[in-house]
Write a protein that binds this ligand. Structure first.
Ligand code: 6GU
Length: 238
């Protein structure tokens, strides 16, 4: 079973949307597990203080390193037999890619720390070997929604989660191209017909059309992905 542990000040945000649909069924059937831990449980003072003012001054509050380290160690101690990557969700992290998602999904699971406030004390990142991950160039109010996104991306790749095994293969990013356009009935919608080639029954022509569409979309919308696609290593003969 692929295991996810989440450290957060808002454990009630989990499993949230991951409790329904594909990921929810996989959770119920034991393909993966999720345990959310309240960082605040590791405070020792009367007011259950998790944060303090930034050294050097400035706005906002910083998550205290001693509290967070205890929370991380408590999760690690309970699962000492496996070595799961410890991720920290933060907008300053390495951008999450489908390649990293695929690696994480193929491993034993993840432990995820969700940041809040202005950030967490820098010393705990190195002390516990946290891998900083971002889900894009915009700022969320906390790491929880980013953690949900990362978990969804990983879980859908687990064996037995996706209905059609082929649909993960076919989609955007697994071949470095954006997805080609899809159509279904009715044959005409508000004056727009389905491209004729798709109803021709010629599977070779359909595949060629889809590839051309995927390439055109990638070239115009995502020049960065297009450059990487063109530079990709081609399979060698012999
Ligand atoms: Cl991983 N966390 C937060 N708080 N904001 C983000 C993010 C993560 N990725 C993009 N924005």
């Amino acid at each position: 079973m692929w295991r996810a542990s989440v450290l957060t000040l808002f454990p009630e945000m989990f499993p949230g949307p991951l409790g329904i649909s594909l990921t929810g069924k996989a959770l119920t059937s034991g393909i993966w597990s999720l345990d959310a831990h309240d960082i605040r449980e590791h405070t020792t003072d009367k007011h259950r203080t998790v944060d303090d003012t930034p050294a050097g001054g400035g706005a906002g509050m910083v998550l205290k390193p001693d509290i967070l380290a205890r929370a991380i160690d408590a999760v690690a101690d309970a699962n000492a037999s496996e070595i799961r990557p410890k991720l920290l969700m933060t907008p300053r992290g390495a951008p999450l890619t489908q390649a990293r998602v695929s690696q994480l999904s193929a491993g034993p699971g993840v432990t995820i720390v969700c940041g809040r406030f202005e950030g967490i004390d820098e010393r705990v990142i190195a002390a516990r070997g946290l891998e900083e991950v971002s889900i894009g160039d915009y700022v969320l109010s906390g790491g929880e929604i980013a953690a949900l996104a990362l978990l969804d991306a990983c879980v859908r790749l687990l064996p037995g989660v996706l209905g059609a095994a082929a649909s993960a293969e076919d989609e955007s990013f697994s071949h470095g191209l954006l997805e080609y356009p899809q159509y279904t009935r009715p044959q005409e919608f508000e004056g727009q017909a389905i491209p004729e080639i798709l109803t021709s029954g010629d599977h070779g022509k359909v595949a060629a059309w889809r590839k051309a569409q995927a390439e055109a979309l990638t070239r115009t919308r995502r020049p960065d992905l297009w450059a990487a696609y063109q530079a990709r290593p081609k399979p060698q003969k012999g």
